[in-house]
Write a protein that binds this ligand. Structure first.
Ligand SMILES: C[S@@+](CC[C@H](N)C(=O)[O-])C[C@H]1O[C@@H](n2cnc3c(N)ncnc32)[C@H](O)[C@@H]1O
Length: 235
């Protein structure tokens, strides 16, 4: 399989995890343009993986400088091979701060990235994102983010059968990669001491973490079942 096909199938796998992903991306685009009063000029995608979402932002905003930050050597190689010229790919650990980036971003996105962190690391990431944004810039964090309330009773914390199917598709995607043994070995070492990608917090937790980090406004701008996107604006 080619890098282009791996990136295409990645998009399908992520679509299985995040029902309504296309709608989420539209929400990100509209929120960023509203905050910037037009196309954002500087965009940072945290945990951007193989760069599928970064590529779509870069094509929507061709004059923007888009930076993708990730730690995974396999996904970084795919990103470097596939993204357009206005995307810069940076290898860095978002839990190691300060980030090796110039800052002053109009938009920072973290889509399905924060669940790789611990709650303390997620709180620190909100603070680092606040520092990295330009005044008026917007942060969008999208992840498994159940509603507050009585999640046990509402079934909001119970994964549905589609989630098991998405997990299987994820495992198959990784198992079917060919010719990347060295990068896969490097990946295993990179994630050896990382926490399992299991952090889940409610939308209320995320909004409170954003406010503690300095964001004056933070609230859910998109929801599809157990998944939601929180937008936080740096004033
Ligand atoms: C489920 S993937 C989502 C990728 C991309 N945002 C998307 O939606 O297609 C999570 C990404 O977060 C990255 N990631 C996890 N922990 C990280 C860390 N500490 N620093 C940087 N990236 C990290 C992973 O390598 C992976 O690319």
């Amino acid at each position: 399989m080619t890098t282009a096909l791996w990136r295409d199938t990645w998009a399908t796998v992520m679509g299985g995890f995040v029902p309504g992903l296309a709608e989420l991306e539209r929400t990100v685009h509209v929120a960023a343009e509203a905050a910037a009063g037009g196309p954002p000029r500087r965009v940072l995608d945290l945990g951007g993986g193989p760069g599928v979402l970064a590529e779509r932002m870069a094509r929507r905003w061709p004059a923007a400088e888009v930076t993708l930050l990730d730690i995974d050597p396999v996904l970084l190689a795919m990103a470097r091979a596939g993204v357009p010229a206005n995307v810069t790919v940076v290898e860095a650990d978002l839990t190691a701060q300060p980030w090796p980036l110039p800052g002053a971003y109009d938009l920072i996105t973290a889509v399905m990235t924060v669940h790789y962190l611990t709650s303390a690391q997620a709180a620190d990431a909100y603070a680092a994102a606040w520092r990295a944004l330009a005044p008026g810039g917007v942060l969008i964090v999208a992840d498994l983010m159940p509603e507050d309330g009585l999640p046990g009773l509402m079934g909001a914390l119970e994964p549905g059968p589609e989630e098991a199917a998405a997990e299987l598709a994820w495992a198959e995607w990784w198992a079917n990669l060919e010719g990347l043994e060295a990068l896969l070995h490097e990946r295993a070492l990179t994630f050896r001491d990382k926490s399992p990608a299991e952090f889940v917090a409610s939308a209320g937790w995320h909004a409170a973490a954003a406010r503690r980090a300095g964001f004056a406004e933070a609230g859910v701008v998109w929801r599809c079942g157990r998944h939601a996107a929180l937008a936080a604006v740096r004033t």
